[in-house]
Write a protein that binds this ligand. Structure first.
Ligand code: GLU
Length: 461
């Protein structure tokens, strides 16, 4: 009896594997150059084999085939005039990936690396992240290959207005609600909002999130991704009887996510010894001074290398990858995709890392994740750890709809609860599917199940 049961389980697992592999092969064949997108799909698909083995009835409903095909991909020309009077042309993108559980929701990224593959990987991740938050938001992402580095304020404004002139035709508070991401902060959201209002002729606060407080923004939205990441890591440690207090932490990046992760971590008794920008990193053994980092990056838009001018005991090291050679208890990659490869992961393990929390989207390569899991490092995947930003975006939308503004404490409390719930949901799914504590599998499955149910309920569309 037992062997028969075992055999049928094996067959179901094999059937599920075949199905998932076949869909994966199709996407690689269709778009062979979209390597970032393939990576994001592979990570999810490896987990979803377990779902299709448990629910063979889902196979044949075209779930995965539909899931990997964005509902809509918009690409457009963005022409603008620089300070020298020269015409510049960039590319604009918006991927409206999945609206099964709500309007498309996800940030805009302005960075030279942005292309269809990057936008699709980010949009794909966003589907599961947004589902995990428990809010009614679908998955989308957009951006441009525009490089804000070294651009004047006027150039950023002219580019952004040109970008929104086209984007405004495709978004709306019940349709698609963009926000910020790398290279898009409060200044850019302000220009985007102004141009949307001008194009559409109405004041529609729910069309964008991350807005300024004066025109419909939410308190605690700026802090949300960084704070949320720390709340998640705190839960992850607590579940193993560990505490954040007294731990040494390395944070990569020095943008919005990093700054507020450092702020919350420091408040909870953690020593953050390093952070970085795209040129290099600083190491301050006694704990980095957040006021200096914030002034340099947020106000002066300067390079992190200038930190050592004010703090001569700290070190500046050119190049980013070396940051993962620093020994630490907790690593928080908050910069960008694939910043931790297999080699870096091995160095972190050698340095005694106990936990990794991904503040950025897909900062660890598939091989790196493998290294962490094999070595018993507590690993919080990006779609769970950094979901606090989009979760509070959804709270911003709720406030815009009701016309009421909540206090900082109220939003922060809700954020805290959402992050605890995301951790619990991911943990429960990991247990239910036979991999207790594997939060990659848990987050992927918990995120997927809600979207899958909604897709099945809505018929073949
Ligand atoms: N860009 C952020 C993310 O990766 C926030 C998106 C949003 O608030 O819509 O989740």
């Amino acid at each position: 009896m037992n062997t028969t049961l075992e055999m049928s389980k094996q067959t179901e697992l094999q059937t599920a594997k075949n199905y998932v592999e076949q869909v994966y092969r199709t996407i690689k064949k269709r778009d062979p150059h979209e390597v970032e997108f393939h990576q994001a799909v592979k990570e999810i698909f490896d987990s979803l084999v377990l779902v299709f083995a448990k629910h063979p009835e889902f196979i044949g409903k075209g779930l995965l085939e539909r899931l990997v095909e964005p509902e809509r991909v918009i690409t457009f020309r963005v022409s603008w005039v620089d300070d020298q009077g020269k015409t510049q042309v960039n590319r604009g993108f918006r991927v409206q990936f999945n609206s099964a559980i709500g309007p498309y929701k996800g940030g805009l990224r302005f960075h030279p690396s942005v292309n269809t593959s990057v936008t699709k990987f980010l949009g794909f991740e966003q589907i599961f992240k947004n589902s995990l938050t428990g809010q009614q938001i679908g998955g989308g992402k957009g951006g441009s290959d525009f490089d804000p580095k070294g651009k004047s304020d006027g150039e950023v404004m002219r580019f952004t207005q040109s970008f929104m002139t086209e984007l405004s035709k495709h978004i709306g508070s019940d349709v698609d609600v963009p926000a910020g991401d790398i290279g898009v902060g409060s200044r850019e959201i302000g220009y985007l909002f102004g141009q949307y209002k001008r194009m559409r002729g109405n004041f529609e606060p729910g069309v964008l999130t991350g807005k300024g407080l004066e025109y419909g923004g939410s308190l605690a939205r700026t802090q949300a991704t960084g704070y949320g990441a720390i709340y998640f890591v705190k839960e992850m440690l607590k579940n193993k009887g560990l505490s954040l207090e007294g731990q040494t932490v390395v944070v990569s990046g020095s943008g919005n996510v990093s700054i507020y992760a450092i702020e919350k971590a420091t408040e909870l008794g953690v020593k953050v010894v390093a952070c970085s920008d795209s040129d290099g990193y600083i190491y301050d053994e006694s704990g980095i001074n957040l006021d200096t980092v914030r002034r340099l990056k947020e106000i002066e838009r300067a390079r992190i290398s200038e930190y050592v001018i004010e703090h001569p005991t700290a070190q500046y090291i050119e190049g980013c990858s070396g940051i993962w050679t620093l020994p630490c208890d907790i690593a928080l990659p908050c910069a960008t995709q694939n910043e931790i490869n297999e080699e870096a992961a091995k160095r972190l393990v050698l340095g005694g890392v106990k936990a990794v929390g991904e503040g950025a989207n897909m900062p660890s390569s598939l091989e790196a994740i493998e290294v962490f899991l094999e070595n018993g490092v507590l690993f919080g995947p990006g779609k769970a750890v950094n979901a606090g930003g989009v979760a509070v975006s959804s709270l911003e939308m709720a406030q815009n709809q009701s016309g009421v503004s909540w206090s900082f404490e109220k939003v922060d409390r809700k954020l805290h609860k959402i992050m605890e719930d995301i951790f619990q949901r991911s943990l429960r799914a990991s247990e239910e599917y036979g991999h207790p504590g594997n939060l990659v599998i848990g987050a992927n499955i918990a995120g997927f199940n809600k979207v899958a149910k909604a897709m099945l309920a809505q018929g073949v569309i």
